[in-house]
Design a protein around this ligand. Structure first.
Ligand code: PEP
Length: 263
């Protein structure tokens, strides 16, 4: 399988947004767009990551869509199973609520919640052991890119993850390359730069796991309807993790459509 034949994923990361009524409307509009012009399931996986308290209602709303749209958790506890960990939601509790996907390693978690590679490894390991699919985010800062360290930083983040993943679990991992300087800034990596990093990630993955050639590698960082087609045209960009633009149903739909039609 070459990078360009992998089924793409388009996942909306709502972050700490929106209020309930707006979330409901956003989902209604998105479902309506899918109803008017369906994006075939076999052409693109689509997911939405709402705030934790909205996982259940989002799931109920998305179950009424004309095609599967996954509900994705934005976070998972580093503690497993159940227990006295106030405020935490474990991988097993997510699974018990039929949530099958989770983001781990988002740069906002790394930065604002001081999530180290040890913490992220525990989260990824718990999620994988519980049978969840992990969307694992990696990416460099502007300073790291400008000092020529981007590749080494990103590959190190993948090696950190590799220390806890056992062979067939790689099938349940999607990588999201998100240069930190492109997140929420309106600055997108050029398709050439993004493709170059994705190719390096793929090369690194193929050295680590026999699943490397078939793993989806998503790009994230100011993806919009306007730049989705050119990103989707890159062979090793197998989808997008979308922040801001996923809060607008039409933009999010167009991004998913771009990946479904271009791949
Ligand atoms: C993100 O938070 O994962 C992200 C890519 O955000 P944005 O699309 O707003 O840059």
């Amino acid at each position: 399988m070459s990078g360009s034949t992998i089924k793409p994923w388009v996942v909306g990361n709502w972050k700490m947004n929106p209020m309930q009524a707006d979330a409901k409307q956003l989902l209604q509009e998105f479902k309506q767009l899918l109803q008017e012009k369906e994006i075939a399931q076999e052409k693109c996986n689509i997911g939405v990551a709402p705030v934790a308290i909205a996982l259940g209602t989002t799931q109920v709303e998305l179950a009424k869509a004309v095609r599967p749209v996954f509900t994705v958790a934005q976070d998972v506890s580093r503690f497993a199973h159940t227990g006295a960990y106030t405020g935490e939601v474990s991988a097993e509790l997510l699974k018990d609520s039929q949530i099958e996907y989770v983001l781990v390693g988002h740069s906002e978690r790394r930065e604002y919640f001081a999530e180290t590679s040890a913490v992220l490894n525990a989260k990824a390991q718990n999620a994988l052991n519980a049978g969840l699919t992990v969307i694992y985010c990696v990416g460099e800062s502007l300073e790291q890119r400008e000092s020529g360290q981007a590749e080494i930083i990103v590959l190190q983040q993948i090696c950190d993850l590799a220390s806890v993943v056992v062979a067939e679990q790689w099938q349940n991992i999607v990588i999201a390359y998100e240069p930190i300087w492109a997140i929420g800034t309106g600055k997108t990596a050029s398709p050439e730069d993004a493709q170059a990093m994705h190719a390096k990630i793929r090369e690194g993955l193929t050295q680590i796991t026999s699943y490397g050639a078939s793993m989806a590698i998503l790009y994230g960082g100011s993806v919009k309807a306007e730049n989705a087609v050119e990103l989707a045209a890159c062979p090793d960009i197998n989808g997008a993790l979308v922040g801001g633009a996923s809060l607008n149903a039409t933009s999010f739909y167009k991004i998913a459509e771009a990946f479904a039609n271009t791949k």
